[in-house]
Design a protein around this ligand. Structure first.
Ligand code: GTP
Ligand code: IMP
Ligand code: MG
Length: 332
């Protein structure tokens, strides 16, 4: 399995960070490389009674053997990146591409007010305005920033060289398919394409060098910010179901709806998925919490997974049964 690309199938926050952490520990890739928009992403990872929140670094950082790379398509906040490098003690194995775009204070200011904040419900992280400047070809790049000099690397070269040596590369997507600038619910989307093709372009991985694409779905759909959400539940209904969640970056409440098979089918198509990961099965079926074996799941939980496989025609290889990295059923 030389390259595995992991992407979100709904509106982000599907639990990619936790799934990627598990894969990094279990599969021991040489490299984990992040594509996607920028520090608008937020992953929450729980492992051995500790809770980690990451916005810039690859979620694979828990495995100390893994080199952590960020591709040139990602815009970087030096402040957020340097803080995470220090906090997670990864300065010896973190590298960003010298062509990563740089988010500055002016981008955050533009993102925290007006149309972007009010109509789109942006995260205020400066990601969208920085990508707009990149398109205008005025954005600074990582190679222009002194404080990043130690961490510069030719990321596409490192990724492709590793694959040539038959080493395993784990590719981390952020956000989700329907937040894609091309394929999502425009204009209520992020500032990039975040489907598997976009993520691969971000890191310089050509289509013929992708071995597997894993699309991550939550057991129900959540969406933070504005934009359409079919069959959206009221906050009261969301609470009764136990589906209430709070965003990692903004602290906003996530809106919720039942699992949407039509959206999921389209996500499978757009990403050419070869595998599915389902997270939060324990939230739908509390009797399944912390289980590690498919055989132990209750009949309704098994039926839910089987319905997904029948409808989407792609195997569910990974199932999340709790927030901890080890709350996983691995059927690969
Ligand atoms: P983005 O890159 O911002 O799209 O985020 P993400 O996909 O990494 O997801 P995020 O961490 O923002 O949200 C997922 C939440 O669900 C986190 O709080 C996780 O700890 C939690 N979580 C992930 N998988 C499971 C699971 O199987 N069961 C339960 N109960 N919680 C889970
Ligand atoms: P922006 O990417 O900060 O401009 O935000 C645009 C829209 O995408 C808003 O609705 C955000 O809430 C949403 N969004 C951006 N990144 C993420 C993410 O990582 N998880 C969930 N929603 C996101
Ligand atoms: Mg998130």
């Amino acid at each position: 399995m030389p390259s595995l690309v992991v992407v979100g199938g709904f509106f982000g926050d599907e639990g990619k960070g936790k799934i990627i952490s598990y894969l990094a520990i279990k599969d021991n890739p040489t490299i984990a490389v992040r594509g996607g928009a920028g520090p608008n992403a937020g992953h929450t990872i729980e492992y051995e009674n500790k809770k980690y929140k990451v916005r810039m670094l690859p979620s694979a950082f828990l495995n100390k053997n893994v080199r952590l790379l960020i591709g040139p398509g990602v815009v970087v906040s030096p402040e957020v990146l340097l803080k995470e490098i220090e906090e997670f003690e990864v300065s010896d194995r973190t590298f960003i591409d010298s062509q990563c775009g740089i988010i500055e204070e002016s981008h955050r200011a533009a993102d925290s007010q007006g149309r972007l904040k009010e109509l789109i419900g942006s995260t205020g992280s400066g990601t969208g305005p920085a990508n707009a400047d990149r398109a205008m070809r005025t954005l600074k790049l990582a190679k222009d920033i002194d404080s990043l000099a130690l961490y510069l690397e030719d990321v596409p070269n490192a990724v492709n060289f590793a694959l040539e040596r038959n080493e395993y590369v784990l590719v981390e997507g952020t956000q989700g398919t329907f937040l894609s600038l091309w394929h999502g619910t425009y204009p209520y989307v992020t500032s990039k394409d975040v489907t598997a093709s976009g993520i691969c372009s971000d890191i310089g991985l050509g289509p013929k060098n992708v071995t597997d694409v894993m699309v991550v779905f939550k057991s129900y759909v959540t969406r933070v910010g504005t934009g359409p959400l079919k069959s959206e539940l009221s906050p009261e209904q969301t609470k009764i179901k136990g589906w209430q969640e709070v965003g990692t970056v903004t602290g906003r409440a996530r809106r919720a709806a039942e699992f949407d098979f039509d959206l999921a089918k389209r996500a499978i198509m757009l990403n050419s998925a070869t595998q599915i990961a389902i997270t939060k099965l324990d939230v739908l079926y509390p009797e399944c919490a912390h289980m590690n074996s498919f055989g132990d799941l209750s009949s309704p939980a098994k039926h839910f997974i089987k319905t997904i496989e029948d409808q989407l025609k792609v195997p569910v290889t990974i199932i999340g049964t709790g927030p901890d990295v080890n709350d996983i059923i691995d059927r690969r």
